[in-house]
Design a protein around this ligand. Structure first.
Ligand code: AHR
Length: 503
């Protein structure tokens, strides 16, 4: 049977914040070293940045970039990463049992963002694992104060005359996780986050601050953690973070394809928790959600390998270099749809991560850079998912999953460009075997034709792009989409990600 919904500009979810298309650069594996930064690479510029990677990052359409971690940040000594490169100390990175050379640091990161273009914005994390209020303030002074103090003058002496102007800051990373260096209880973290936020605002009240929420909805402290932290920090922070990674478990592909069911419930449960605290505090303020780590990640494989062979402090080892299939890209697209469907409250999101480490872009040291399957849904969503999200309430046939019960085969959202009136529908068909006919009724919209129907699917759902075959998977044009008399009829291929542009 058919899936159907109605689009009407009178019924909207909210405006898409460009920060929804953020990403994440952590000092982990080869994300930085031989990923974005490789001075000996034939494509490297004067700053040691790989221009082949920069080009792909621009094409990906990345906005906010979170840095420098992740788990790495909980042992981060920011001052090691600035000043003359040859004088920077080598340090143990406890999070990934690697050696950090500090050859790439804050100044290099800011130069990297500048070269992506004006849409790129830093999202800087402070260390609340091994450190606290004082070091956060020092980093803020070094980065943002114009001149005339010890730390701002040190930045100028290091060659960065202009302050970096970093507005968006994360107060630590995954402090609820026992794996985190300096892990804390919700009470301990809530107090530290509140006092760090208060002090940072003494320098600059205009900062936007993100408190750590839960590392996943499955954490035993989920929701209590958020409520406890916000009870302390509600008036002092703007966002609470969410992290989620999905993978196929025990060959249960049907449940894997429904991963966005978990992501949407996670978002809705965090909204409910934030608003509950707001109600208790009699506050009119609404806390925004920063989904600052999300992706498909074969975490179980990583944990098994890592437990069997713990690393012996190598430099830039190959870690978390997942190679994504077409199936992974369809799930990934569905996660993007989940974020867009909640654009009223999710105002920051970061795809974890950007290069080599669970990433849409892969590189070989000294060799090429290429796009994984997940590159395409992200680039298309960032390019066409700008404007106002229309409220999509779909009627869809369902299928049975072990993890989530009955789940709609269709997962969809639509975004309207307010200037041109153009509408883009993003849709996933979760069926592994059957095409899904979809009818969309359009009312009050000024669109007359299908500009493009782009499809990511493959006869082999395991198909992937690799070093040997970097363009094995690319989107293709869909067939048969017709818009007539205010009704769009289209058939979605089995296990497919679809971008339907109406103008
Ligand atoms: O993105 C990889 C890791 O996942 C991050 O370092 C951490 O924050 C999360 O557990």
């Amino acid at each position: 049977s058919n899936a159907r919904f109605t689009l009407d500009p009178a019924f909207t979810v909210g405006e898409v914040n460009p920060r929804l298309f953020g990403s994440f650069v952590e000092h982990l594996g080869r994300c930085v070293y031989t990923g974005i930064f490789e001075p000996d690479h034939p494509s490297a510029d004067e700053a040691g940045l790989r221009t082949d990677v920069l080009e792909l990052v621009r094409e990906l359409g990345v906005t906010a970039v979170r840095y420098p971690g992740g788990n790495f940040v909980s042992g981060y000594r920011w001052e090691d990463s600035v000043g003359p490169a040859e004088e920077r100390p080598r340090r143990l990175d406890l999070a990934w049992r690697s050696t950090e050379t500090n050859r790439f640091g804050l100044s290099e990161f800011m130069a990297f963002l500048g070269k992506i273009g004006p849409q790129a914005e830093p999202m800087m994390a402070v260390n609340l694992g091994t450190r606290g209020v004082a070091e956060a303030l020092e980093l803020q002074e070094y980065a943002n104060h114009p001149a005339g103090t010890a730390l701002s003058d040190r930045r100028i002496a290091h060659g960065d005359k202009d302050p970096f102007g970093i507005r968006l800051w994360c107060l630590g990373n995954e402090m609820d996780g026992p794996w985190q260096t300096g892990h804390k209880t919700a009470e301990e973290y809530g107090r530290l986050a509140a006092e760090t936020a208060r002090a940072m605002r003494q320098i600059d009240p205009g900062l936007e601050l993100v408190a750590c929420g839960s590392s996943s909805q499955a954490m035993p402290t989920f929701a209590t953690w958020e409520a406890t932290v916000l009870q302390e920090a509600y008036d002092l922070v703007d966002h609470i973070s969410l992290h989620a990674y999905y993978e196929e478990i025990d060959g249960d592909r049907d449940s894997f394809l429904a991963s966005a069911v978990d992501m949407e419930s996670f978002i809705e449960n965090v909204v409910a928790t934030c608003d509950h605290v707001g109600a208790r505090l009699k506050s009119k303020k609404r806390i925004q959600l920063s989904f600052d780590e999300w992706n498909v990640w074969y975490m179980k494989r990583f944990e098994a390998e890592n437990t069997a062979n713990p690393l012996d402090w190598p430099e830039a080892p190959r870690l978390l270099e997942d190679n994504y299939s077409v199936t992974d890209a369809v799930v990934f697209g569905s996660l993007l749809i989940a974020l867009l469907r909640h654009a009223d409250r999710v105002t920051v999101a970061c795809l974890a991560q950007l290069v080599n480490v669970i990433a849409p872009i892969m590189t070989e040291p000294g060799g090429p850079a290429w796009r994984q399957t997940t590159f395409f849904p992200f680039a298309q969503a960032s390019r066409y998912g700008r404007g106002e999200v229309l409220d999509v309430r779909a009627d869809s046939p369902t299928y049975r999953t072990a993890a989530y019960g009955e789940v709609p085969l269709l997962h969809a959202t639509a975004v309207r460009d307010k200037d041109t009136g153009a509408v883009t529908v993003f849709a996933v068909n979760r069926s592994q075997s059957d095409p899904l006919p979809l009818r969309i009724a359009l009312t009050g919209l000024d669109v007359t034709h299908v500009e493009e129907h782009s499809v990511l699917s493959d006869a082999d759902p395991e198909a992937r792009n690799t070093l040997a075959e970097p363009e094995r998977v690319v989107p293709h044009a869909g067939e048969g989409a017709v818009l007539a008399g205010g009704v769009l009829d289209v058939t979605l291929e089995p296990l497919s990600w679809n971008v339907i542009r109406l103008a």
